[in-house]
Design a protein around this ligand. Sequence first.
Ligand SMILES: O=C(O)CCC(=O)C(=O)O
Length: 258
Amino acid sequence: MSISPEHARRLDEEGYVRLEGFIGPERRRRLVDRIDALFAAEGEGAGSEFGQEPAARRLANLADKGEVFIECVVDETVRAYVAHVLGPRFKLSSLNARSANPHRAESQPLHVDAGALPDEAGYWVCNTVWLLDDFTTDNGALRVVPGSHRSGRRPQDALADPGRPHPDEVLVTGRAGDLVVMNSHLWHGGTANRTDRRRLALHAFYCRWDKPQQQYQKALLRPETQAALSPAARAMLALDDPANDAMSAEGGRSGFMK
Ligand SMILES: O=C(O)CCC(=O)C(=O)O
């Protein structure tokens, strides 16, 4: 499967693309139901395997927490978009949910995922944001600075205050069911949710094969989860890759949240 020339151009030049209606209603319902069950079960501890945020509720390590999440990670269309950014060999870096809390004034600072700058082999981080609620102008939609993935700089190095609005930023609004694929060297961040309802998204974050995973899947997934995975899922999670064990066991955690 390949992506359209227009989507390839947008990913190359602007650094992101939105696929309208990508998540069918049944899949979205299954994702939301499972996420709600996990928020209820995990309570105050939700997201603690990776990091918690004052203005959002988070879940981490979702590859261990439901078949519905694994289906997203290995989705053929998603893989084609990620391959456009990272090349043919990549793996899941982390899989999290983020629910921007209502009635908040705080935005995330502009950041790049894993604090990553492209290296001599090119881009090495790519995120997919699964819109499980509408992203509107006032409910905490994603902001991005189009083209910034090509700047070779990170917001924390280039800007006096990455928390402030950027003159070139664009708010990525969309409908529940859309998917945003983002070269996550792109400067981006969640904005303040000023409404009275949460704004929910799933983040399936990938990295190139030769970089550490942000969340080391082999250590995080329970043995029974690992035993039930398909060969394709095992490969995407790099469960049988000694090179990944060597580089990811320490944890690749850096950057803002991802
Ligand atoms: O949920 C969003 O809109 C973006 C979140 C994000 O960039 C992050 O948590 O690092």
